[in-house]
Design a protein around this ligand. Structure first.
Ligand SMILES: Cc1cc2nc3c(=O)[nH]c(=O)nc-3n(C[C@H](O)[C@H](O)[C@H](O)COP(=O)(O)OP(=O)(O)OC[C@H]3O[C@@H](n4cnc5c(N)ncnc54)[C@H](O)[C@@H]3O)c2cc1C
Length: 461
């Protein structure tokens, strides 16, 4: 096969990010652009799109990590894929700077039009110790690590004589009671319970799960009464839900909690496992562009998804998804803008692709309009919550809706089949609760064989 360099001679549509927005837009426009002699170039450090709603299930071992991803090269065959990170956009000169993965030499890519779908990053606060001990839930790597870590802690604890050390190993804390946090803690509790049931040295009452939420309620996406029911269900499962509570200090895993109102102490907890899901912020890369941003650092776009500044539309620049402030014409958004979720990102991407092609043909553009049909969340096997067309549903039906929706919403039939097959096999054989122990240090076995293994240090997540 001939070696092909990056296209230099063809008009380029540069797609920044291969997530929901980038993958969907490239998929929809790649053939049409190729037929007109152009090229669609997708730049993403990962060679796959991550289906983030599946991450809590990956962390809980209900799904394998790879099944929550969709390969860019396998499914975007008419696009040019670049493994790198866009670090700067000089739209006035239609040039983006790309840093290849593994810190290669940065290079510049020129383009005709740019689609910006770089998504969001975990938003953390300057809490002492947080960055040293906590982990997010935004990537497959994080979810896979959490699965192995939680299972390993359970195994370790089952041999610990020291009561304090044992309690610490079996205490799992999640900060942030949005969808991601609630799904994460409930799925993990479900897995931990299954793992403990297989270990005769432990009882389920030994494990402790704590949810910390600064607001007076969880899951702002569902009605308050349903959210209260979810809290009651979680508490009935033994999960401690601390509302109006914030994390003040996490040094060495010794958590100091405070009440949100008067900042008075709200308890102390020792843990080896701290998972942070308390919000996201638009990609910081946007600050390194000459494009207009709002006060929250999001790309300013019109309802037709063209980037729009104070002086009107900026030709050749498009944006959607978590990194853009997209007007919510249905009136259901926060501050007039769509909330950052997959339901919006995937649909905005479809409208963006249509508009981009229409614009090139000189046709009229359409506005993005979507009334939220509802939300579904899995809370562990056979447990869920759904809010569909104003009706709230719980229990096994909501869980089946969650699986039915996400199993078919993940892009490509190939992934749907893999996901469904894994679920079916897990139903038959049960989930695998053994930890792949040295996933974090795969060279350890070789180092031990060669006598160069580092001295034992306490493992961190
Ligand atoms: C745990 C979890 C559970 C969720 N559950 C749900 C749910 O149930 N329902 C729902 O609607 N939403 C859910 N969401 C939210 C949803 O996943 C996001 O809203 C959605 O992924 C946004 O799509 P996006 O294309 O804007 O960004 P992403 O899908 O995040 O894609 C951004 C892409 O850009 C790449 N990128 C980042 N920076 C650069 C750069 N500088 N250069 C090049 N590429 C870059 C990233 O690698 C990534 O591939 C969940 C999120 C999480 C974390």
């Amino acid at each position: 096969m001939a070696f092909t360099k990056l296209a230099q001679d063809r008009p380029r549509i540069l797609v920044v990010g291969g997530g929901y927005v980038g993958f969907t837009v490239a998929n929809k426009i790649q053939k049409a652009i190729k037929e007109t002699g152009g090229v669609v170039t997708v730049v993403d450090p990962n060679p796959y799109m991550t289906y983030q709603p599946f991450l809590p299930e990956v962390a809980a071992g209900s799904m394998e990590g790879r099944n929550a991803t969709v390969s860019l090269r396998q499914h975007l065959r008419d696009s040019e894929i670049v493994g790198g990170r866009v670090t700067k956009i000089d739209h006035a000169n239609r040039t983006a700077t790309v840093e290849p993965i593994d810190n290669g030499q940065p290079f510049e890519l020129t383009y005709d039009e740019i689609v910006i779908g770089a998504g969001a990053v975990t938003r953390a606060f300057p809490i002492p110790g947080l960055s040293e001990v906590a982990i997010g839930m935004k990537t497959v790597e994080e979810a896979v690590s959490v699965r192995n870590w939680v299972l390993e802690r359970i195994e370790v604890a089952s041999l610990l004589e020291d009561e304090d050390a044992r309690r610490r190993a079996l205490t799992f804390v999640v900060v942030g009671g949005g969808f991601a946090g609630i799904e994460t803690i409930s799925e993990l509790e479900d897995m931990a319970r299954a793992a403990v049931n297989r270990n005769s040295r432990l009882r389920t009452s030994d494990i402790r799960f704590i949810m910390i939420e600064a607001a007076p309620r969880i899951m702002p996406e569902v009605p308050a009464d349903r959210a209260e029911k979810v809290v009651a269900e979680l508490r009935a499962r033994g999960i401690e839900v601390l509302l109006n509570t914030s994390l003040a200090d996490a040094t060495d895993g010794h958590l100091q909690l405070i009440n949100m109102g008067d900042k008075s102490p709200a308890g102390e907890v020792d843990t080896d496992t701290l998972i942070w899901t308390a919000g996201v912020a638009a990609s910081p890369m946007l600050k390194n562009t000459d494009l207009p941003l709002d006060e929250r650092g999001r790309l300013r776009v019109g309802a037709d998804l063209r980037v729009t500044g104070d002086d009107g539309v900026i030709e050749g620049a498009w944006g959607a998804g978590d990194n853009a402030a997209v007007p919510d014409l249905s009136g259901g958004g926060v501050g007039g803008f769509c909330v950052p979720n997959a339901q919006h990102a995937s649909r905005q991407a479809v409208q963006l692709a249509k508009n981009l092609l229409a614009n090139r043909r000189g046709e009229a553009l359409g506005d993005y309009y979507h009334e939220t049909i509802g939300v579904v969340a899995g809370l562990g096997l056979w447990k869920g919550v759904a809010n569909f067309k104003g009706k709230t549903i719980g229990g096994p039906l909501a869980w089946l809706m969650h699986r039915g929706y996400h199993g078919t919403a993940i892009p490509t039939t190939e992934r749907t089949v893999r996901v469904m097959a894994t679920w079916a096999l897990n139903q038959i054989f049960g989930r695998d609760t053994s930890s792949i122990r040295h996933q974090r240090s795969p060279r350890l076995a070789f180092q031990e064989a060669t006598g160069t293994a580092p001295e034992k240090t306490k493992a961190h997540l």
